[in-house]
Design a protein around this ligand. Structure first.
Ligand SMILES: Cc1ncc(COP(=O)(O)O)c(C=O)c1O
Length: 466
């Protein structure tokens, strides 16, 4: 792509320097950052974003799995502006509320599985998960079961980075040199690609379910409050569990009085072709579903915990005179964020965006699978608009390339040179686009990726890694 004049009033060089001097970025590799600083993304339109030099890219990651309806939606901006000028903020604590938060709670209850009719707002995915665990502990305390505290999560799960959410997260590198709370037990992730040699998918499912049952026996159901899982594990590598896994897990949880929490921060709001994937795709009826990201398509920070009627009956039992449910955030049910979410949902419904995902998603899956012929491509997996490619040194043994080969970064850089942003996560590359991609866009993207993987193989060979 050619370097063009910086857009608008941005001075690209000045911004780059200020950013390098002052902005502590989340998830930053300082061995690279100190040298290279950041790419500044300054403009956006539909499926495209532009950097501060005017280079245009297809957005292959929907910002960060979130810009589901695509960029530059003026009507969302307008809804937010109208709300901000009418009443930007007022408390929702106690007996106060605002119109967008109320409308959105009713709308979410209508869209969610039938038994989920109560909404607790937060500021994003981490705070949704954090608030959820507090509410779950409170729930069991109110029921007179205070020993039920432990949460079952899974290795490689990603649930965020507040203290509790980071403790739920099972990606070891995410917590390197960070501390976690001793409230969580991690079960094995469901990783079909790297399942034990010689095990069928059905046997693998049995194996994972056995592990859950043994863990419950070991810890004691009386000490376990909840199980939390992403329907498809996202940042941990887009891992699709074996058929029937989630519903079997839920049945065991139910039999042991363990709440089943679905973290649909990524899978919700259309990414798998439905507003919520739990029931529509995985045939589960979670006690709690957490959402964020696509809820507002990233136009404003927002998270929500959707709570079942049965749980609400306990949470809403009066404590006695003056006693209140003492949890929440200043920005719980922020009117501008809720106005953005309402308009976002209107767009998803009006434009048939879930239907587009159900139509184009399988096409994306099948086209990406044509990349399997590349020497480093070991696995191409995922579902609909949630896909990953796992790079390996040897397809038969599934051995990984050395970490310093930075294979995911190489593929992403080669794609970016050709006008496409995808996400490197270690040896993986993740593709999680806005949900408005068409078949034509998929064709263009896969052509770019084809070149990017070929160039990566050449560079790995030139550097002696292959
Ligand atoms: C499944 C899942 N849960 C929770 C989170 C945390 O969300 P946030 O970054 O908005 O706090 C993420 C973020 O990627 C996620 O993928």
């Amino acid at each position: 792509m050619t370097q063009q004049q910086a857009k608008g009033s941005y001075d690209a060089k000045d911004l780059w320097q200020k950013d390098k001097n002052h902005f502590i970025h989340p998830f930053t590799d300082f061995s690279v950052f100190h040298e290279n600083g950041c790419d500044l993304i300054t403009d956006s339109d539909g499926i495209y974003v532009e950097d501060a030099h005017g280079n245009r890219f297809i957005d292959g990651i929907a910002g960060l799995w979130c810009v589901n309806v695509g960029h530059g939606r003026a009507e969302i901006g307008q809804a937010m502006a109208e709300q901000a000028t009418r009443m930007a903020y007022f408390s929702t604590f106690n007996n106060l509320s605002n119109a967008p938060a109320t409308e959105l709670a009713a709308k979410l209850s209508e869209l969610a599985p039938a038994h989920l009719n109560h909404v607790f707002y937060s500021c994003g995915g981490s705070t949704a998960n954090d608030a959820t665990i507090r509410l779950v502990h409170y729930y069991f305390n109110r029921l007179g079961k205070p020993s039920k505290k432990r949460i079952l999560s899974r290795t490689n799960a990603y649930h965020g980075t507040t203290y509790m959410a980071a403790s739920l997260t099972g990606i070891a590198s995410n917590n390197w040199q960070f501390d976690t709370l001793d409230l969580v037990t991690h079960l094995s992730e469901a990783n079909c690609y790297r399942r034990p040699e010689g095990m069928s998918e059905a046997e693998y499912c049995d194996h994972l379910v056995d592990e859950l049952e043994q863990t419950i026996d070991r810890l004691g159901a009386d000490n376990i409050a909840a199980f939390i899982a992403e329907p498809i594990m996202g940042a941990g590598g887009v891992l699709v569990a074996p058929q029937g896994y989630h519903s079997r897990v839920q049945a065991i949880c139910r039999a042991n009085d363990i709440l089943f929490i679905a973290d649909e921060v990524v899978t919700g709001f259309g990414r798998l072709g439905h507003f919520f994937a739990s029931e529509a795709v995985f045939e589960t009826q979670p006690d709690i579903i957490n959402v964020a990201k696509g809820l507002s398509s990233g136009y404003a920070p927002l998270g929500a915990t959707l709570i079942s009627d049965a749980l609400y009956a306990v949470l809403s039992t009066p404590q006695g005179p003056g006693g209140v449910l003492s949890t929440g955030f200043t920005y719980s049910g922020h009117p501008v964020s809720c106005a953005a979410a309402l308009k976002n949902i209107e767009i998803i419904e009006r434009e048939g965006i879930c239907e587009n995902v159900r139509e184009v998603g399988p096409y994306l899956e099948s086209k990406l699978k044509t990349l399997a012929s590349h020497e480093t491509v070991g696995d191409i997996r995922g579902s609909h608009f949630m896909m990953a490619i796992e790079n390996v040194a040897n397809k038969t043994t599934k051995e990984l390339l050395p970490v310093d080969a930075r294979v995911g970064d190489r593929v992403a850089a080669e794609a970016q040179k050709r006008g496409l942003i995808i996400r490197p996560v270690g040896h993986l590359n993740i593709i999680s686009p806005p949900l408005i991609w068409t078949r034509q866009v998929v064709d263009d993207v896969v052509a770019i990726l084809d070149e990017a993987f070929a160039a990566t193989t050449r560079s790995l060979k030139a550097d002696g890694y292959l």
